[in-house]
Design a protein around this ligand. Structure first.
Ligand code: ZN
Length: 133
């Protein structure tokens, strides 16, 4: 069902500061940044092979990334898997007894259709399903 790791989401306090590591030290290329209002984040994309790093900085103190960092500090926040058909994937997850955070897909960065699985159903990892063209 899952095609590949679409991206790895990292919660960061300061995007510019973080780019000093990913771009300047690791040598990854910054493909672009985008504000996803729905999730109150500014996202930076840095492709690595056929996957990418997604750096997430909260745009305000109500955002999930702000709250995540307050609780756990900076770090890997979610793993996203690419699927062909997200509606079908969500249905299949539910049939398999997985608790979904998103029962319906919503739009994430880059116009992707995304849905999160509840970490209680995934051994502690926030898993995102991601469909994109
Ligand atoms: Zn993501």
């Amino acid at each position: 069902m899952v095609k590949k790791v679409d991206h790895i989401g990292v919660a960061v306090k300061d995007l510019e500061e973080t780019l000093k590591f990913y771009r300047d030290v690791l040598g990854l290329e910054l493909q672009g940044t985008e504000i996803v209002k729905d999730q109150r984040v500014k996202v930076a994309f840095l492709p690595v092979g056929d996957t990418e790093m997604e750096l997430l900085e909260s745009t305000d103190k109500e955002g999930p990334i702000y709250k995540y960092i307050e609780k756990k500090g900076e770090g890997i926040q979610h793993i996203a898997y690419r699927v062909d058909d997200i509606e079908k994937a969500i249905k299949e997850m539910k049939e398999k007894g997985i608790k979904m955070i998103d029962e319906k897909p919503r739009y994430g960065a880059g116009g992707a259709k995304i849905a999160f699985l509840h970490p209680k159903s995934t051994h502690g990892v926030l898993v995102e399903l991601c469909e994109r063209d």
